[in-house]
Ligand binder design. Structure first.
Ligand code: ADP
Ligand code: ASP
Ligand code: MG
Length: 402
């Protein structure tokens, strides 16, 4: 069976006209002889609105109940799209994740997909129906509803693509490809025809929300190409693939940024590897993702450690770090919101000296203070003040003539 998985994001599902447009695109793929599985997100703005509603009731909703409300947005989309396809004279059936069996672990709001039962989907495809599945949500083996984290529908689509051995996963969104920087921030950013899994992993990890990080991890692990393209045009988008023949020439592929960061600093901690290991082990146990970590020696024995987390995890991370730091005798713990991260990415950096120096000079020339730095052989990350992020992205984009 030649199966194709198509995923449509929130803006593609925003209203009735958009949904009819999606239905037409789906049917075009079907009439080209494909068996089509469609994964959809909630209509644009709905997930934010559901969070707002929850927060009107309580500042701190429990993870379980938050998932219960958040999963409803995608359920609206699947039924509307199935209806639209049916009204065009074709057969379609919608399913929630629980109905088909997209099994996740039990970590509410950040669940990971563990297995997918494909039997129901394959049976409906055999009956020549379009199968429409709710993205972003999952179910535990105890039938608890979970969600995969913001932007998680991309990951649902790729996971289904892998489980169904699809020939391709197409991710339809409101931009016509992956650009050298977020086109909302850099108007003259350039569309990339194809990008390697490694570079896209760095871009997504660095905040290019055009693809959910875990969708790229899954695609890379299974060598499943992703075609990212626009819902509103028929032009070719960007292929995310295992290899890119132009790779050698490109030492900086793109710039990515995130603005929803916070920084936590532990001052005057007695330095032993045991202390550091204990600290980050306990933080990980609470499912808090730690990003950039730096450690500076104040004296031979004492260090200051800083790390970043998302704004969402900030309150929990700060409270936990204070307790942990006290237990291991650190002097103080401080937290700071309003932090941004700008990342310069490219596989060619490995063999091109001086890229980091150019990034730092460029930021300095634009009066942007660098707070923390972290580098790998294909990524230079600078943590800066949130108010400087668009200036920084534009300046770096110009500096490397992307
Ligand atoms: P969807 O709702 O379809 O999943 P998202 O809003 O999650 O769409 O992702 C698309 C958005 O990603 C674009 O509108 C764009 O602003 C943003 N974006 C960030 N970085 C990039 C990039 N490098 N290339 C293209 N888009 C990017
Ligand atoms: N609707 C969810 C969100 O807004 C999932 C997604 O769009 O991928 O985060
Ligand atoms: Mg998205």
């Amino acid at each position: 069976m030649a199966i194709i998985v198509q995923k449509y994001g929130g803006t593609s599902m925003a209203d009735a006209d958009c949904i009819k447009n999606v239905a037409q695109k789906v049917l075009r793929a079907k009439s080209a002889g494909k068996k089509v599985v469609v994964v959809v997100s909630a209509p644009a703005g709905m997930t934010d609105d559901l969070i707002r509603r929850a927060k009107q009731v309580t500042e701190k909703p429990t993870g379980r109940e938050l998932d219960m409300i958040l999963s409803t947005g995608e359920q609206i989309s699947i039924s509307l799209l199935a209806m639209a396809i049916q009204s065009m004279g074709e057969e379609a059936i919608s399913f929630t994740s629980a109905q088909v069996g997209i099994l996740t672990d039990g970590v509410h709001n950040k669940a990971k997909i563990e297995a997918i039962n494909t039997s129901k989907i394959l049976a409906e495809l055999e009956r020549d129906k379009v199968v429409v599945i709710a993205g972003f949500q999952g179910v535990t083996k105890d039938l608890e509803i979970t969600t995969l984290g913001r932007g998680g529908s991309d990951t649902s689509a790729v996971a289904l693509g892998v489980a169904l051995e699809a020939e391709e996963v197409e991710i339809y969104t409101d931009v016509d490809g992956i650009y050298t920087a977020d086109p909302r921030i850099v108007p003259n950013a350039r569309k990339i025809d194809s990008i390697s899994f490694d570079e896209m992993l760095e871009m997504a990890g660095a905040g290019a929300k055009v693809l959910h990080l875990r969708s790229v991890e899954l695609a890379a692990k299974n060598n499943l190409p992703i075609h990212l393209r626009s819902s509103f045009t028929d032009t070719m988008g960007t292929y995310v693939v295992g290899e890119d023949t132009s790779m050698e020439k490109v030492f900086v592929r793109g710039v990515a940024h995130t603005t929803n960061n916070a920084k936590i600093t532990i001052a005057n901690l007695k330095h032993t590897s045991k202390n550091v290991a204990y600290l980050f082990h306990e933080i990980a146990e609470q499912h808090i993702n730690v990003d950039v970590i730096t450690q500076n020696y104040l004296t031979k024995d004492d260090v200051t450690i800083s790390f970043t987390v998302t704004e969402e995890d900030f309150d929990r991370a700060l409270a936990l770090t204070k307790t942990l730091a006290e237990a291991i005798g650190a002097e103080s713990v401080t937290g700071e919101l309003g932090v941004a991260k700008v990342c310069v990415i490219g596989v060619g950096m490995k063999s091109t000296p001086g890229v980091a120096a150019r990034v730092f000079e460029c930021l300095a020339n634009n009066d942007i203070e660098i707070d923390l730095i972290s580098t790998s052989d294909i990524n230079i990350t600078c943590v800066i003040n949130q108010s400087d992020y668009s200036k920084a992205v534009l300046a770096i984009h110009n500096e490397f003539d992307l």
